[in-house]
Every structure is written in structure tokens, then in C-alpha cells.
Ligand binder design. Structure first.
Ligand code: CP3
Length: 372
């Protein structure tokens, strides 16, 4: 069993649990720069296919129906929290939903992932997108968030999120998952101003969308820049960063913001300068090295290799302890537990055994016993 928290079943509704905890939020404490008894832990894609209870619901509803039905989205958001007591819940939705609201048809095709049948590939195509009424088109997300917030106590904040405009464009321009991103990169070299117009339009919708999430109870936000690593540092700064800054300026400092980047070790010196609370990094670089590059102020989130959860529980514990140790190190030596939110370097893989996910979470929940 885990060290913090206990669940109480609500007799009136077997799906609902009130989650009671005596501690205040470790996640928000770390975001505020405070030292904690142990680091907070959650997992990207923690609501998803590795959970039998998710697969059960998914056998009855397609993915977009789950996202668009607030009661179901709230239920899926809470599933991993009930099972593992992570220190943060992340809203069940998808980064691509605002693009659908802008008029791009979106489908999720079994085995192929997301698909935009009519991709946007040049300046002329921008006419097919419009500025949506955010409450009318994405209000289901805000409803789900309110529902989740009602179910969780103060120890478990709920995170909202959005994709960065560059990463959303990577799907909208390609029409789905892509190997070479040839259409996106071609547009970027052919007509940079046209592509930046698309990114700015996405940014403006994202500001309203994220504000709606904050108003509905999101206590922190994560921005996913899954494809930022396609660009070299100079091009990332010129192409991708302005629309990120536009979003950050638009939402201000109402809640902590964490910026996730995959495959972006070469961008760390630039990312270290972003006006965000934290950086979430993938597993390709040890966390103490990341710390040396970005300096002492930035909160770091990550960065166990999701594939490590396919090994044995003993090896997972060993690797998690190593990660915890690296998370404590700074230029001044061991700084204790501060500035580190434990997570994976990318989403948990669907084939991950439950006991392995549990071994990871519990190793962090018991960190105070190991580092005394
Ligand atoms: O638990 C959570 O993390 C919250 C919900 C969440 C999902 N997607 C649910 C999901 C979040 C935060 C995302 C973000 C997301 N979506 C990203 C950024 C993070 C990353 O993974 O890099 C991206 C790029 C997407 C777009 C997307 N959605 C892809 C490429 C796919 C298909 C690939 C895959 O993993 O299947 C999805 C589908 C998706 N989003 C699923 C889930 C649970 C699987 C859908 C299913 O049940 O079939």
C-alpha cells in the first residue's frame, strides 16, 4: 500500500470515490519552490490503455466520445488516481481537440491514431479554419474539469493542458502521425510567414481554451511540445517560440505552467530561458545534466524512460532511486527534495504491466524512507 491517502467509496454511486488526504499538494509546493518530504509523482498518459478499467470503458465508447462526454472524461481522469494515488490528475482529453473546434475534421482511426482527412498545407488553406466560440465548441472539457475538481481534495491538483502551436501544426499539416514531417518542414522553408500565421491563430484559440480550463479549476497547465525537437535551436526560436510566448503572455502567471519537450536536448539552453515554472524532459539526458544546463530555478519534471516500466519491479525501483538521486543534485551538491516532479520521459506505454506502474509510483511515495 502507498504511504499517503485513503479512498472512501461513495455508497450512492459505486463509480465515485471521495479521495481524502491529510497532506497539502506536494505538486503545488514544488511549483512554489518549497522543499518537500518526498517529490510528487504522476505519469503522462496515466489515464489510458494500460489500465483495464480504461480498456473496459473504451470497449463501449470510442475515444472522441470519451473525450466529449464530461462524466466519462471525468471518470477516466480519476481512474489512475484511485488505483495509484498519484500526486496530480491530468484531465482526460487530447491536444488535437481545439483544431477540430477551428473547423478541421478530426478522426481517430484504430491502429493509425489521429487523422485529419483535409490537412492544412499552405497559406490558401488557412481560409478553411475559423476562430471558434470556445465555450460552445470545447465547453465539454471545462465541464469535465469541474466534475474532476469536485471529486478530488486539495492534495491532488488537476492539470489542464494544450499542445504548442508547432506541435498541433505537426498533426494538422501532415494529416496525422508522420515519419518525416515533410509537408510541415516544406511549408516552413517555403513560406515561413504563412506557417507563422497558422501558429498565431492556433495560439489565440489556445489562450482562450487554457483560460477556460483555469476558470473551470485547472490548478496548473502543461504545454506539450512533442515535435519541437524537429527544429534546430535557431529555427525553434524563430518559428516555434513566438507562438509559445504569445500563449504564456496571454494566460499570465495565474497558475504554474510546465513545458514538455521531447527529443529536445539541443534546445535546453533556449528552453531554460522560457518564462515557465518547469520543464518536463524526456529520458535521453540524465536529470542532473539537465539541471546543470538550465540552472537552479527551473522546476524539472521527468524523466524515467517509459520502456523501463517494461522491465522487472526490482530494476524499476533501482532506476527510480537513481532518478530521485539525480533530481536532488545541483551545483551546490545534494539539495534534498525540491524542484523535481517525478514523471516519465513520455507517455506510459499501453503494454505496461500494472504492477510495474505501481512499483514506479510506490518507489517515489516511499522516497522519504530511502533518503534519510
Ligand atoms: O492521461 C493523460 O495524459 C491525459 C490525456 C491525454 C491524452 N493525450 C489521451 C490519449 C493527453 C495529455 C494527451 C496528449 C497528446 N495527444 C499528445 C502530447 C503528448 C505526447 O504523447 O506526446 C499528443 C501528441 C497527442 C495526439 C495523440 N492522441 C496521438 C498521437 C494519439 C495516438 C497515439 C496513441 O498513443 O495511441 C492520441 C490518442 C490518445 N490520446 C489516446 C489517449 C488515452 C489513446 C486513444 C485510445 O484509447 O485509443
Amino acid at each position: 500500500m502507498v504511504s499517503h491517502g485513503k479512498a472512501r467509496k461513495d455508497a450512492s454511486n459505486p463509480w465515485k470515490f471521495a479521495i481524502l488526504r491529510a497532506v497539502s499538494s506536494l505538486f503545488l509546493q514544488v511549483c512554489r519552490g518549497q522543499s518537500v518530504v518526498r517529490p510528487p509523482v504522476w505519469m503522462m498518459r496515466q489515464a489510458g490503455r494500460y489500465l483495464p478499467e480504461y480498456r473496459e470503458l473504451r470497449s463501449r465508447y470510442d475515444f472522441l466520445t470519451l473525450c466529449k462526454t464530461p462524466e466519462l472524461a471525468a471518470e477516466v481522469t480519476l481512474q489512475p488516481i484511485r488505483r495509484f494515488r498519484m500526486d496530480a490528475a491530468i484531465l482526460f482529453a487530447d491536444i488535437l481537440l481545439p483544431l477540430e473546434a477551428m473547423g478541421a475534421e478530426l478522426r481517430f482511426v484504430k491502429g493509425d491514431g489521429p487523422c485529419f482527412p483535409d490537412p492544412i498545407r499552405c497559406r490558401e488553406d488557412l481560409g478553411r479554419l475559423h476562430r471558434p466560440e470556445v465555450e460552445a465548441t470545447l465547453g465539454y472539457v471545462f465541464k469535465a474539469l469541474r466534475e474532476v475538481r469536485r471529486e478530488l481534495d486539495e492534495a491532488t491538483p488537476v492539470l489542464g493542458f494544450a499542445g504548442t502551436p508547432w506541435t498541433l501544426a505537426a498533426y494538422l499539416v501532415e494529416g496525422g502521425i508522420s515519419k518525416h514531417h515533410a509537408h510541415l518542414l516544406s511549408w516552413s522553408y517555403r513560406d515561413e510567414a504563412g506557417l507563422r500565421e497558422l501558429l498565431d491563430r492556433i495560439a489565440d484559440v489556445s489562450i482562450e481554451y487554457l483560460q477556460g480550463q483555469i476558470d473551470a479549476g485547472a490548478q496548473a497547465l502543461q504545454l506539450f511540445d512533442t515535435w519541437g525537437g524537429l527544429l534546430d535551436a535557431e529555427r525553434w526560436q524563430r518559428l516555434a517560440r513566438p507562438s509559445v510566448l504569445r500563449i504564456l503572455e496571454g494566460i499570465g502567471d495565474q497558475v504554474p505552467v510546465i513545458f514538455y519537450l521531447r527529443g529536445g536536448a539541443h534546445l535546453l539552453p533556449v528552453l531554460g530561458e522560457l518564462p515557465v515554472t518547469g520543464l518536463s524532459v524526456d529520458w535521453r539526458q540524465p536529470l542532473d545534466e539537465v539541471r546543470r544546463i538550465v540552472g537552479p530555478k527551473m522546476v524539472l519534471q521527468g524523466n524515467l524512460d517509459p520502456a523501463a516500466l517494461l522491465g522487472t519491479p526490482e530494476e524499476i525501483r533501482r532506476q527510480t532511486h537513481d532518478l530521485l538521486r539525480r533530481g536532488r543534485s545541483s551545483a551546490d551538491g545534494d539539495v534534498g527534495f525540491q524542484g523535481h516532479i517525478v514523471n516519465l520521459g513520455h507517455g506510459i506505454l499501453p503494454m505496461t504491466p500494472l504492477k510495474n506502474a505501481g512499483a514506479f509510483i510506490e518507489a517515489v511515495q516511499h522516497a522519504d524512507e530511502i533518503f534519510t
